[in-house]
Design a protein around this ligand. Structure first.
Ligand code: NG1
Ligand code: MG
Length: 516
């Protein structure tokens, strides 16, 4: 049965000693791996800061998106789940040096130090790819939630286990964990003030992480932060953005299947390719919505975070006029009849605005490069994908009629997974966010027994997610190692492959772990 909506106040899970605490934080197969990792993080912290107590650890996980790709920023529902791979930030609060010290267990990220006094006015330079920018995004978020926050000295050690550029949202996990760490530090120094951090909800944390992650240069939607913060073990999350943010845990009605994440090992770096990939898609979908509103006389649309109208707004406006989803798709085909796409001049004509106005409004904070906007294909993907999410959620919450029959279960899983495969095809052909390696992995997944498979996350590299029978999952992983990894990357180590491909389970979202 669908569980109730999740929006409780942030939980604080007590620990000490570290290892015995884990049962309250994690469950399932990741536990032994996490135990060693937590112990080693604590040991590294003590080594790095020998005279300082560990005040708390903030954690936030990555996510895999089951279905609903590139529709969060059009305000349609999506269905991700938090995964066990996460970012941990171990923090000492209470030094008197007035410094924010950031160390990372990964030596490719050198230590950084900032004066706390400078943080409020700090500028993030999105043109340089700098790891500490994500923490500074969290600082921005903290000040937006609590403008008069007094951030104390913080000495941190960060340990991230989500491969970057893999489509599993390492960036959002880092931003969410950073914001949570800062809020917890502020609260630790002002324990008597019950008025603020106690009242900060998970929704606040999500909303302010979404806005603050944009300082790093990507005009992102809110799916990743929602999954990271709201994650519930054993459940996917139906995340709604309209009319307001809400996450509903969805339990799986069959325990016969598992999800396998497989990383192509092609790194998609949105900070480099944003202008031709991600940020361009955000512009194409927003401008498509504005043109539809104008051409069909829909009136002003709900605006997403001061950016532009949304296709969700278009659908709602049509719904109020008695036009259903198929009707809206027909309108899209009518209004955007030119399959080759639209130049800026043609766009200006359709919108009744000047090229300069359009550029200023949609392409200044997040610049893009393009020849022609592909309004028709992008809008059709978004509308069809939104329908697929609805269907998938419905099927997930309704068990097959005959629970015991293997045949019924098989049929159910095939139907469920075919929606995922259709989503991949649409991402590839209409949204054009796939790549050769993703298509190959999806093909190999299906030919090796997956019921269905698709890219997950932004695409253009990163990972796939496949729905497989639980009792065949281990064999499936073996086959992909042989047919994808060892062929594409001859000599790749077993460790590297085990990082790249794993059977995943829905995990807990953000948490703070404190000693006593
Ligand atoms: P990735 O690049 O996988 O973290 C991005 C966006 C999401 C969503 C998906 C596509 C960020 C932080 N996240 O995810 O909001 O739009 O792509 O569905 O940019
Ligand atoms: Mg990301």
């Amino acid at each position: 049965s669908p569980a109730s909506e999740v929006d409780e106040v942030l939980e604080v899970v007590p620990y000490v000693p570290v290892i015995s605490s884990l049962s309250s934080v994690y469950s399932g197969s990741a536990l032994p791996f996490q135990e060693r990792r937590w112990a080693s993080l604590v040991a590294s912290f003590e080594h790095l800061y020998p005279n300082e107590d560990l005040t708390f650890i903030a954690r936030s996980p990555g996510r895999v998106n089951l279905i609903g790709e590139h529709i969060d920023y059009s305000l349609f529902d999506v269905l991700p789940m938090a995964i066990t791979q996460d970012v941990l930030i171990a923090v000492h609060v209470g030094a008197t040096d007035g410094q924010l010290v950031l160390n990372n267990t990964d030596p490719q990220f050198p230590a950084r130090t900032f004066n706390i006094a400078d943080l409020k006015e700090i500028e993030i330079d999105a043109t340089v790819h700098e790891w500490s920018n994500y923490f500074l995004s969290g600082v921005k978020g903290a000040f937006s939630l609590l403008p008069s926050a007094k951030i104390p000295s913080m000495h941190c050690l960060i340990d991230g286990r989500i491969p970057t550029g893999s489509g599993l949202s390492s960036s959002s996990a880092f931003v969410c964990a950073s914001l949570l760490a800062i809020l917890t530090a502020v609260k630790a120094m002002a324990p008597s003030s019950t008025s603020f951090a106690n009242a900060v909800t998970k929704s606040d944390l999500v909303q302010s992480s979404v806005v603050s992650e944009r300082y790093v240069g990507v005009n992102s939607g809110g799916m990743d932060q929602s999954a990271s913060v709201f994650g519930v073990p054993g459940h996917a999350l139906q995340v709604q953005f309209y009319p307001q943010l809400k996450a509903t845990p969805v339990a799986f009605q069959s325990d016969g299947f598992a999800f396998v994440i497989a990383n192509t090992l092609v790194v998609a770096d949105k900070h480099v390719t944003g202008p031709i990939h991600y940020n361009l898609r955000v512009v194409e979908t927003a401008v498509a919505a504005e043109i539809l509103a104008k051409q069909c006389g829909l009136g002003p649309l709900p605006i997403r975070d001061g950016f532009g109208g949304t296709l969700r707004g278009v659908v709602e406006a049509f719904k109020a006029r008695g036009v259903d989803a198929t009707g809206v798709m027909n309108k899209v085909k009518e209004v955007f009849s030119k399959e080759e796409g639209y130049t800026l001049a043609e766009t200006a004509q359709l919108l009744g605005e000047s090229e300069l106005e359009i550029t200023k409004k949609y392409m200044t904070r997040f610049p893009v490069r393009f020849q022609r906007f592909q309004f028709r294909a992008r809008a059709l993907h978004v509308l069809e994908e939104a329908e697929r999410v609805k269907k998938f959620c419905e099927m997930l919450t309704h068990a097959p009629a005959d629970q015991d029959s293997e045949e019924a279960e098989e049929k159910y899983l095939r139907a469920l997974a075919s929606i995922m495969t259709a989503s991949h095809q649409s991402c590839r052909d209409l949204f054009q966010c796939s790549c050769e390696e993703l298509d190959e992995l999806v093909g190999l997944a299906v030919s090796n027994g997956a019921y269905g498979s698709r890219l997950t996350g932004a695409g253009w590299g990163g990972a796939t997610v496949s729905l497989v029978r639980k009792d065949k999952a281990t064999e499936f992983v073996k086959c992909l190692k042989k047919e994808y990894y060892l062929k594409r990357y001859p000599g790749i180590s077993e460790d590297k492959m085990n990082d790249a491909i794993c059977i995943t389970e829905p995990a807990l979202g953000s948490a703070v772990i404190v000693g006593n």
